[in-house]
Design a protein around this ligand. Structure first.
Ligand code: FE
Length: 205
């Protein structure tokens, strides 16, 4: 469906800022959502405005630099939007994958434990700032893990993303300092499996 906005907007969290505690603190979540995610929304909109202005004045623009920044900022906005929605307060998103998602994970990885191990390793080994993502390939019907650097490197074009985990330091530094593996371990307590399954169901419809 066509959107109605010509600029990006920061989505509201589908839960309260305290609701992911003790796995993500109120202070950490507030900073992450209100400051970091907002910065990508603002960044993307500023670049769109810059393009609008250059077109209006028929002025030259550094396309390479502009598009590189646009990819980074739109990627940041879209991945954070997915991230908030695939998290839920403990116990509210289901204990484990169900339905189509459970079948797809079992078929591809052999077990949920094996999937969690691979996803955890992808997140832990992301170089610098980035994301682990579970994506789905419609050509092979396989769920495939993506290891995204920054917000936009190593992305498989056209693959729908079912679940993401932000492993930028800004996602966990207040709560876990440099201990990314502890944050990844905490993440498994607050996955919204129902949402992840819904994304797969709507993709396969
Ligand atoms: Fe982030």
């Amino acid at each position: 469906k066509m959107g109605t906005n010509v600029f990006y907007t920061l989505p509201k969290l589908p839960y309260g800022y305290k609701d992911l505690e003790p796995f993500i603190s109120e202070a950490q979540l507030t900073l992450h959502h209100d400051k970091h995610h907002q910065a990508y929304v603002t960044g993307a909109n500023t670049l769109l405005e810059k393009l609008d202005k250059a077109r209006k004045e028929n002025a030259d623009i550094d396309m390479k630099a502009t598009l590189k920044e646009l990819s980074f900022n739109i990627g940041g906005h879209l991945l954070h939007s997915l991230f908030w929605a695939n998290l839920a307060p403990q116990g509210k998103g289901g204990d484990k994958p169900e339905g189509l998602l459970a079948n797809a994970i079992d078929k591809e990885f052999g077990s949920l434990e094996r999937f969690k191990k691979e996803f955890t390793q992808a997140a832990a080994s992301t170089e610098g700032s980035g994301w682990a993502a579970l994506s789905f390939c419609l050509q092979t019907n396989r769920p495939i893990i993506m290891q995204i650097e920054k917000h936009n490197v190593n992305v498989y074009p056209m693959f729908r993303i079912l679940m993401v985990l932000d492993v930028w330091e800004h996602a966990y530094y207040l709560d876990y300092q440099n201990l990314r593996p502890k944050f990844i371990e905490a993440f498994w307590n607050i996955v919204n499996w129902n949402e992840v399954n819904n994304r797969l169901v709507s993709l396969l419809k």
